[in-house]
Design a protein around this ligand. Structure first.
Ligand code: DAH
Length: 355
């Protein structure tokens, strides 16, 4: 073994490294020369076969070659890393001048908006939201509301029957009976119930076989007609404007006694007469009354101790009045040109941009 062997190792390294183009091969080359079983390490091991005199010169030459290889590998590593980074950057380059991808925001359905407005108002007065069933029994839809099988008022509501005893609820009033029953004769009960109802109407501009209602019920000791009136007055002002007044007209519902029809002063003409109020100055918005003692008793409440008021309103009609919508079918035909006109205002209310 002499120093020419060292020269050959160095030369072969220089040739090999010139062809290396990636970090992985460079790492392999490093192992091949500087690793434990590498060529340079092999040269070092040869030292023991040399004479004492030869060793220093041989050792210095091996060291020089090792330093040379280490340095070249270091330089090459840096160069290859920079190259790889450059390639990655240009591959992942983002053109920040490209326009963003447009996505359109949906808008809540106008009926959902009006129902949420009304819910918020009653929640503010301490009411709970109650839910019932759209498929209801004849008992809760009619009988528990003082409408026995033979009662002529059943004709007022043409119903979708599923069987003798089951039907699609014709109003949200069954939730009154169900909620009272669940309270086992103990007040207070203070609920509103929004939901879908069904009637066998032929659809036209003002009728739909499916529409929405909101039922309200308060039962406690010492509830009077004045509580009903005060509540509905506040409600009218909240939904239709501060200056609104209400008017109660005697009416008939089997589940309330006395019963009333509630009108609000016209928000368009302020009472002078216009097409919205049909030149009467008043618009009918809901039915209401004091809960009939029979209804209280059937649900397990002592009608000598408890009294209550109830009301029922139609969000479809309220939304139509509020936004000047002339056809109820717009709510149910899912035409986006209609629905997109409604946006949520900052205070969470509904806004129709077209009016
Ligand atoms: N259930 C009635 C209807 O569908 C609306 C109604 C009127 C509900 C008077 C009530 C009420 O709670 O007191 O026409």
């Amino acid at each position: 073994m002499d120093t020419s062997e060292i020269g050959r190792v160095k030369e072969s390294f220089d040739q090999a490294v010139a062809h290396i183009e990636d970090l992985k091969s460079l790492q392999q080359l490093k192992v091949e020369y500087l690793g434990k079983k590498g060529k340079v390490t092999g040269l070092m091991k040869e030292m023991k076969n040399l004479s004492k005199e030869e060793r220093p010169q041989f050792g210095a030459a091996v060291n020089e070659t090792r330093n040379h290889i280490t340095e070249i590998i270091g330089q090459k590593t840096q160069a290859l890393e920079a190259e790889a980074l450059e390639a990655k950057l240009s591959e992942e380059a983002i053109d920040v001048t490209l326009p963003g991808r447009d996505f359109s925001l949906g808008s809540p359905h106008p009926l959902s908006l009006i129902i949420e407005n009304i819910e918020d108002f009653f929640i503010g007065l301490g009411y709970e939201i109650a839910e019932g069933y759209e498929v209801e029994t004849d008992y809760y839809n009619f009988e528990a509301l003082n409408l026995p099988k033979s009662h002529p008022a059943r004709d007022m509501q043409d119903s979708f029957y599923i069987s003798e005893e089951m039907l699609l609820r014709t109003h949200t009033s069954p939730v009154q009976a169900r909620t009272m029953e669940s309270r086992a004769g103990k007040g207070p009960v203070k609920i509103i119930c929004p939901g879908k109802v069904y009637r066998r109407d032929s659809d036209d501009a003002t009728h739909s076989h499916q529409f929405t209602q909101i039922e309200g019920l308060v039962v406690d000791k010492n509830i009077h007609m004045s509580d009903l009136k005060g509540t509905l007055e506040l409600f009218a002002k909240e939904i239709f404007g501060e200056e609104r007044e209400i008017r109660l007209r005697p009416s008939y519902f089997p589940f309330t006694e006395p019963s009333v029809e509630v009108d609000i002063s016209c928000f368009k003409c302020k009472g002078d007469g216009c097409n919205v109020c049909k030149y009467t100055g008043w618009i009918e918005i809901l039915g209401a009354g004091m809960v009939h003692p029979n209804v209280l008793e059937m649900a397990g409440f002592d009608s000598n101790e408890y009294s209550g008021f109830a009301f029922g309103m139609g969000p479809d009609r309220i939304a139509m009045l509020k936004h000047g919508i002339e056809d109820i079918r717009h709510f149910y035909t899912n035409d986006l040109r209609f629905i997109n006109q409604f946006k949520v205002t900052e205070d969470g209310g509904a806004k129709n941009e077209s009016i």
